[in-house]
Design a protein around this ligand. Sequence first.
Ligand SMILES: *Cc1c(COP(=O)(O)O)cnc(C)c1O
Length: 257
Amino acid sequence: MINRIMESVDVKLGIKHILERVEQSYLKRSPGNRCAKPTLVAVSKTKPIEMIIDAYSAGQRHFGENYVKELWDKSTNELINVKCPEIRWHFIGHLQSSSVNKLLKVPRLEMIETVDSLKLANELNKKWGNISPSKPLKILVQVNTSQEDAKSGVEPNTVVDLYRHITENCKHLIPDGVMTIGKFGHDYSTGPNPDFVCLLECHKNICDTFNLSPENVQISMGMSDDFEQAVEMGSTIVRVGSSIFGYRPKKIDGANV
Ligand SMILES: *Cc1c(COP(=O)(O)O)cnc(C)c1O
């Protein structure tokens, strides 16, 4: 039964449709918006290798996973390595100290989108320096834009401090921008999503403080339900899962959002 459901999802067509919708939304940006053109990260968590290979064969290169063990298993899978030599992995989950060693050994790790503390930044910096001293690792600072206790991320007013710390003290990391998950189910008839507004403010503060050009600082926001609004506002990385790969049953612990 499960197999039949998965077979009925046309992943290649899904990628094509999402890319078209991203492009349409990108064209709707206001003329003054200087944010970079968005990259689609296909969030493949809980989905099988075959679907990743399908998406890859449709031209998709960036994939996101939020559990270290699952990312490890997929990124070291033989079929993936034969069929998807240019795949790039984004880690988008909450990162525990105990999983850092394993995560950093993931082949073709493109970036860690969820750096949310000074301690974690220091640890990643130290360990990545041992693994790959000549090629720094890209990271995003995760911001708790909705200020919900249960969500990870730094407070919006401390983003610049963490960014400065990484810039000045973590030479093996490249602070590449900001990321938020945000609150679910925003009602767009009430106006723009406050999480996106908040993340754009963080982005502006970083650009102003460090004298960076807006197009060089990434903004990772927008998922299946709201990536179009996110792109229109300036998102440069959208993380889309279920709209490409189909419905994902929730895990019992609710962690699988
Ligand atoms: C699961 C997940 C996504 C994708 O969610 P969809 O609603 O399936 O598109 C995006 N970002 C993060 C951090 C996730 O955990």
